[in-house]
Design a binder for this molecule. Sequence first.
Ligand SMILES: Cc1ncc(COP(=O)(O)O)c(C=O)c1O
Ligand SMILES: N[C@@H](CCOP(=O)(O)O)C(=O)O
Length: 535
Amino acid sequence: MAAFVGSAGAWGVAPVVGSRVGSGVSTGASPSGARPSGGKAGGGPRPRRHASAATAAAARMALATPTSQGGSFWKLSDAERRAAMQLPGGSTPADFSAKYVAFDKTDSTTHSLDEVVYRAAGGGLLDVQHDMEALARTPPEEWKDLFDRRAGRTVWPYGSGVWSKKEWVLPGIPDDDVVSMFEGNSNLFWAERFGKELGMTDLWVKQCGNSHTGSFKDLGMTVLVSQVNHMIKSGKPIKAVGCASTGDTSAALGAYCAAAGIPSIVFLPADKVTMAQLVQPIANGSVVMSLDTDFDGCMKLIQQVVGEYPIYLANSMNSLRLEGQKTVSVEIAQQFDWLVPDWVVVPGGNLGNVYAFYKGFKMMKELGLTDRIPRLAVAQAHNANPLYRAYVDGFENFKPITAEKTLASAIQIGDPVSIYRAIQALQESNGVVEEATEDELMDMSARADRTGMFNCPHTGVALAALDKLLKKGVIGREERVVVVSTAHGLKFTDSKVAYHEKKLHQCSSTYANDVVRIPANVDRVIDAIRKRVEF
Ligand SMILES: Cc1ncc(COP(=O)(O)O)c(C=O)c1O
Ligand SMILES: N[C@@H](CCOP(=O)(O)O)C(=O)O
């Protein structure tokens, strides 16, 4: 059953499913908002005929015609609407393909994405490789038009920021097997005020934490859980999906698996995740294991478990995750009318995400949608900085470390699984690595919040690293920079509260905002306001 999770209202207009097209309220949504299967129970809506090229052309015209001039997407039939969501030539995602290859190219063995496999024969990681020749047969302008046409639409599953690029992500999966929460399409916030504070003219913050579970992990998890959903429906003996997590991956896994009705198991380092992160998989019904080790210990354990039991690995070691996460690069270009920024600054922990960004920008360049790849900067917490240490050493000798405690708890990782993926991304994008102390990351996070944002400490790491790179002259003050905010601040309120209460011994709390606690007396209130606001 395709899990359409989120009531019709969440999407604004009823999902387009078979003939079931509401006018603002889905006629089929159950109280939980999950879209009941069409036809046979659990079988999902009946397969649809694809419209002819002429119907598709007419549908695209209707789509392009403003309502004021008689056009209306909603006067079209379901088949016409779906046709309008396809390439002009009539090809559909099923006309494209992808497979697993060895990331380090050590052997030529390939694997179907329907196989349960996480490493190449030589022990290295895998990578999802698309049939680029087939994709290149479509002119870049047609890809741009298709992605623009699909953005935010309610034709399943193309409204999602991930699935609007389905041909580039997971082309072979039936729409009815997709598990999506309309992820992606996040705000590219123009940080005008904060940019001026830093002495910049062109600073943007990609708010990936504005998402269903509050972090960018949703982008990869929709792809992985959809693929597992498809494999289980195809008869694969997968009994559950598991991950090691510093909190956000487990939150995303719990939600997407719950939506699909697939059991999930999460390994968390005891006392190292926030309450907001912990309650999510608990609430979503995951089996939540709190283990007396750190994330790296959990990561080793989950790999052992999935190697011996019918539990599917959901960490970004599994390159399916990166196929969803790479769509942020496409979104950023799309939001800049297909121009590429000069820099993208990403907080790095297990290091899958920076490689995903690289994959997205590289794919657009190879298919002609853009003319270059931006320079990538990975930002690490000084207390958990294995990549930074390798970078300073010219990437010659990477050594895992034991990560020390950092308030950027989600990147408290000392032995990152994707270290060599990240090094490749940085070397091929002329990238850099910078670090931030606890004091720097918390102060920067607080400063950013004062300009209207409310982001996680990891965004603080990225902003602090940006400030350093500006001061070193590595990043020019006139350059266009996108800082990736990876989670919403609401998942990390513990450290924010402690910062403003000046209870963080390792932080100066320079930008703490004291709460005024006084009797509810108007004179006392006005007196207190006058001390803080000129009027
Ligand atoms: C909020 C947050 N930011 C950044 C990261 C770093 O991403 P990656 O592990 O892909 O480097 C993570 C996870 O590791 C995270 O949960
Ligand atoms: N920050 C991550 C840790 C790494 O997870 P991965 O699945 O992206 O490798 C988390 O939130 O768990």
